[in-house]
Design a protein around this ligand. Structure first.
Ligand code: JCZ
Length: 244
């Protein structure tokens, strides 16, 4: 999978993409991330990538021509690239979208800056507009990092253990159960006895119950879409009645 990022501050992304699993994934050739400075495609002598909005108003708007020229050069048509515009007005990013995007071969991400982008970028150049949540950032770069990270970790070989991507929060639609490691007791704070028992069936059942409790307490909105067994539903009823 190839990611291309268009930004006027590509250095902002350099360091965060070069640690840990994303760094290893690039070294292993599982993903390739190319950062591009939009200014490179600015034509005038001032290398302008923004301009004042038509109809007046404060702030500046990202120009369409440099982005169009950049796309023309970066798009690898053999890979049928997907162009994503990061914006607060896009569909809200989630695990399902991350999973859909793993099917792409080239994702080109346009990061806006200033007060926003010329509407024609949205209309004519982007295939998809994505927001990482309902809050306003100074630019699209942090969103691009989030998208690349969330998509990359789902690709085969990126995580050490192929199963770990799936057993985590959201994949079954539930929040993660509590985890502990040594020591078994610290300052009187104890690890639940059951986890030390070695009884794997009981541990699995405890974990599932904790996931259900936590999801009910913190994110009841997730329960509607979660994949629940008859046993899970029964336990959930009990939680609701006892109001755990
Ligand atoms: C350009 N400000 C691009 C995206 N989810 C989210 N929040 N904020 C953004 C975003 C903000 C921006 C630009 C200027 C994206």
């Amino acid at each position: 999978m190839r990611f291309d990022v268009l930004s006027i501050f590509p250095e902002m992304l350099q360091s965060p993409l070069n640690y840990s699993l994303l760094k290893k994934a690039q070294e292993k050739g599982l993903i390739r991330i190319c950062l591009h400075d939009i200014r490179h495609w600015a034509e005038d002598k001032h290398k302008m990538t923004d301009d004042a909005p038509y109809g007046s108003g404060c702030g500046m708007v990202m120009k369409v021509e440099p982005v169009e020229r950049a796309l023309a050069e970066i798009k690898d048509t053999k890979l049928n690239p997907l162009v994503v515009l990061m914006t607060p007005q896009g569909e809200i990013f989630n695990q399902k979208i991350a999973s859909q995007l793993t099917r792409e071969r080239q994702i080109i991400i346009i990061c806006g800056r200033y007060e926003g982008v010329d509407e024609r970028i949205r209309e004519h150049l982007a295939d998809r507009e994505i927001s990482i949540g309902d809050y306003i950032l100074t630019g699209g770069e942090p969103s691009a990092l989030v998208l690349i990270d969330a998509v990359s970790r789902l690709l085969p070989g990126v995580l050490g253990n192929d199963n770990s991507a799936f057993s985590e929060s959201f994949s079954q639609g539930l929040l993660e159960y509590p985890q502990y490691t040594r020591p078994a007791e610290y300052k009187g704070w104890k690890v639940p006895e059951i986890l030390l028992s070695g009884n794997h069936a009981q541990i699995e059942s405890w974990r599932k119950r904790k996931s259900l409790e936590r999801t009910y307490q913190r994110r009841p909105d997730l329960l509607g879409k979660a994949e629940l067994s008859a046993e899970d539903r029964e336990y959930l009823q009990k939680i609701k009645l006892e109001d755990i």
